[in-house]
Design a binder for this molecule. Structure first.
Ligand code: NAP
Ligand code: HSE
Length: 449
């Protein structure tokens, strides 16, 4: 038996979906009892080459050819953005069609509306590809790990920014130069705003946190800072401090209160996230029963993303065969309080430019002392024009104390600028994550008992 599908969009991801569906057709038939047929593919320009073999009549620029065709049982959305993707998906759901989407923007901003509509219409909406590309994250969090209280999510979930900071670390080049090169190579989009300003990671964190913390998180709940302020100097000082700079997405639940942030951080080289380079993604998850887990892989690209989309398609087809519906609406779950005082308590890196003359360092140290901020280490470098760069790493401090110190430093006559303030990642807030894993590996009998 054939199952008729409609594809919305045939760009990077859509073309991969066509290719992988074709490659796996036999296996899909074995697994689901149905042979997947992509009957129509909606695009804007039907004359454009697609980089994938298509039958002439498959492409259409008329949404109704997919959405109003009663033979189409499953719609795969790879258009991206909010509109018209949102309206198309809602229309498909209302017509009783299952939906698979790769659209993180839509699921982050309108996930509640879409999942509610799906629940009412008794259809599935799967969106594994929306976060982490090929890496299974959503299904493990929704399924395998639901017996856990998840307390921590921490990861690198934007490939573009990870590529940029990795190249800055490798080459010593500044942000703008690496961004331009990344754009020329097609790693970064011509409008890189959503990636470099942290919005893409924030949207993905919104989706992950809603699932992991059994609530519904809004994008506005996430404190967001991107990587534009990171300079070659920050990268070089991070190296001297045995760290690399990474854009981290962090979600925590403590005593029922959530803390959600996307921010660049200094990550110690011994931390497993420090080794995640180029466009790769990785996510740590801590559950009270499972302990620490780490997911790693390709977060984007044609076939990696198609891998997740077609995986979802197979799941829907299996459910259709069994006559079951798996849709889990995070929307029915209670809202949780989100901390407004964002910014972790912990160590911080502060880089400032000051006059290189007697007594200035004593003034700087005095400001830290008065604000109750203890200094762990200090680097000082002579700059041109009688200036010096001072880099301080603090001991663990509350963000309010740190902000007070930074504000007062900026007011000192001898301080030209507080150039950057970044958190320094601990191996883990409650004990080294990887040490737990390594301990388990070293003591196999303990884990069997
Ligand atoms: P893309 O290359 O820009 O492809 C978008 C496709 O949608 C194109 O075929 C385009 O048609 C079609 N389209 C756009 N607007 C349309 C409209 N109004 N009506 C009909 N068709 C329209 O995008 P992509 O990179 O494949 O991304 C697709 C989705 O996957 C996005 O939600 C993205 O966030 C998500 N995603 C992408 C990746 C990745 O690696 N690219 C990874 C994970 C998730 P034309 O070709 O005719 O212009
Ligand atoms: N812009 C995204 C990234 C693509 O750089 O990770 C996948 O969502």
């Amino acid at each position: 038996m054939d199952v008729v599908m409609g594809l919305l969009g045939c760009g990077t991801v859509g073309a991969g979906v066509v290719e992988l569906t074709r490659r796996r057709a036999e296996r899909i038939e074995e697994m689901t009892g149905t042979r997947p047929v992509i009957k129509k593919i909606l695009v804007r320009d039907t004359t454009k080459p697609r980089g994938v073999r298509l039958h002439g009549e498959v492409l259409t620029d008329r949404p109704e050819d997919v959405l109003d065709d009663p033979t189409v049982g499953l719609v795969i959305e790879t258009i991206g953005g909010i509109e018209p993707a949102r309206s198309f998906i809602l229309r498909a759901i209302a017509a009783g069609k299952h939906v698979v989407t790769a659209n993180k923007d839509l699921m982050a901003l309108h996930g509640e509306e879409i999942l509610d509509a799906a629940e009412s219409a008794h259809v599935e909406v799967f969106y594994e590809a929306a976060v982490g590309g090929a890496i299974p994250l959503i299904r493990p969090l929704k399924g395998c790990l639901t017996s856990n209280e998840i307390t921590d999510l921490k990861g690198i979930i934007n490939g573009t920014t990870n590529y940029i900071v990795s190249k800055m670390t490798e080459t010593g080049a500044d942000f703008e130069a690496v961004l331009a090169e990344a754009q020329a190579l097609g790693y970064a989009e011509s409008d890189p705003t959503s990636d470099v300003d942290g919005l893409d990671a924030a949207r993905k964190l919104t989706i992950l946190a809603s699932i992991a913390f059994h609530t519904r998180v809004n994008l506005a709940d996430v404190s967001v800072r991107g990587i534009r302020s990171i300079t070659a100097a920050d990268v070089a000082y991070a190296k001297e401090l045995n760290c690399v700079i990474k854009l981290l997405a962090v979600g925590r639940e403590r005593d029922g209160v959530l803390q959600l942030e996307v921010r660049p951080s200094l990550v110690p080289l011994a931390h497993p996230l420090a080794a995640v380079s180029d466009a790769f993604n990785a996510l740590f998850v801590r559950g009270d029963a499972a302990g620490d887990l780490m997911f790693f892989g390709r977060g984007a690209g044609c076939m990696p993303t198609a891998s997740a989309v077609v995986g979802d398609v197979i799941e829907v087809l299996q459910n259709m065969r069994m006559g079951i519906s798996e849709t889990v609406g995070a929307t029915r779950l209670p809202r949780k309080v989100v901390a407004t005082n964002q910014g972790p308590e912990g160590r911080y890196y502060i880089r400032l430019t000051a006059k290189d003359r007697p007594g200035v360092f004593a003034q700087v140290a005095g400001v830290f002392g008065d604000a109750g901020v203890s200094m762990e280490s200090v680097l000082q470098r002579r700059l041109a024009d009688q200036d010096a760069q001072i880099v301080v790493v603090t001991h663990s401090v509350r963000q309010a104390e740190l902000t007070a110190a930074a504000d007062r430093l900026a007011l000192l006559e001898a301080v030209a600028a507080v150039d950057n303030v970044l958190p320094v990642e601990e191996m883990d807030a409650d004990g080294p994550v990887m040490d737990d894993i390594m301990d388990d590996l070293a003591a196999p009998t303990a884990s069997l008992s």
